[in-house]
Design a protein around this ligand. Structure first.
Ligand code: ADP
Ligand code: UDP
Length: 237
């Protein structure tokens, strides 16, 4: 496989073409951002940690029959992935109240949400990723009704699998964001799953261990990502 020119540079990752039109190189950079790119910082090793973490989680999902874009790990901070036609929507599952939900409903952080909340946002940095619903999707044609129903089911299934994995590592999976794409009309989980796109709290102390440390200007982001990986039994050099 030969890495070719850049296809897209996002806020934290870069995609490159390869000599195979169906495959891309996904590079995890050390950049992290918040407020749709308003605050940007670099954290040494974050790209490596997220690449390997993502590979581990995507493999776990793949083993349970969920289609993911992951093909193989090709270096410390890059993976080979299937090129998808991305659906321009971010899908969020919430098991406990946190983040934007607190502001929206003025409820207490950590409130258990049963059944978990499913919500989605249009990927549009300029408009600050507005929350949308199935009626918007139908009118604007961002995703078919059938695929939306299928994604809701997939998100619930993924939540059950991942909640168990993190629970066994003494972590609470508070909430997370997923992105899906189409490969020949077939729904595939794309993008990433890492502590950049999920909230993970220590089960005993409810201490935040994810990107919220950066969002709240707290120390120890990389140490915390290393600790999460270690608890999952992942050895990252
Ligand atoms: P952003 O675009 O929000 O700044 P990133 O820096 O994470 O985010 O960039 C990664 C981009 O790559 C995202 O826009 C995501 O939708 C896209 N992407 C992820 N996986 C794939 C894939 N398999 N095929 C095509 N695009 C992908
Ligand atoms: N999230 C994300 N990218 C975004 C917005 C949210 O990965 O552009 C993740 C976030 O890390 C959290 C979940 O989605 O795990 C829910 O985020 P929320 O709506 O609470 O927004 P935030 O408080 O992060 O702005």
């Amino acid at each position: 496989m030969e890495k070719r020119t850049e296809l897209y540079r996002g806020k934290a990752k870069t995609l490159y073409y390869t000599d195979n039109p169906e495959l891309l190189v996904l590079e995890f950079r050390d950049d992290t951002s918040m407020g749709n790119g308003e605050k940007i910082s670099q954290f040494a090793r974050k790209g490596i940690l997220n690449n390997k973490f993502n590979y581990f989680i995507m493999n776990k999902l793949q083993q349970t029959g969920i289609s993911t874009h992951i093909n193989s790990l090709i270096s410390d901070n890059t993976s080979l992935v299937q090129k998808l036609e991305m659906i321009p929507i971010e899908f969020v599952i919430r098991n406990y109240a946190a983040g934007s939900l607190l502001k929206r409903l003025n409820i207490q952080e950590g409130l258990s949400l049963n059944p978990p909340i499913f919500e989605f946002f249009l990927k549009n940095d300029k408009e600050h990723d507005p929350m949308i619903n199935s009626s918007y999707c139908e009118t604007f044609g961002w995703i078919s009704k059938q695929n939306l129903i299928q994604i809701h089911k997939l998100c619930n299934k993924i939540n059950i699998i991942l909640s168990k994995i993190f629970d066994e590592a003494n972590l609470m999976l508070v909430d997370f964001k997923l992105e899906f794409g189409l490969f020949k009309d077939y729904l595939v989980l794309g993008d990433e799953f890492s502590p950049d796109v999920a909230r993970l709290w220590d089960k005993a102390t409810m201490k935040k261990m994810d990107k919220d440390l950066f969002r709240h200007n707290m120390d120890g982001l990389i140490e915390s990502y290393e600790e999460i990986s270690c608890r999952l039994g992942l050895k990252i050099n």
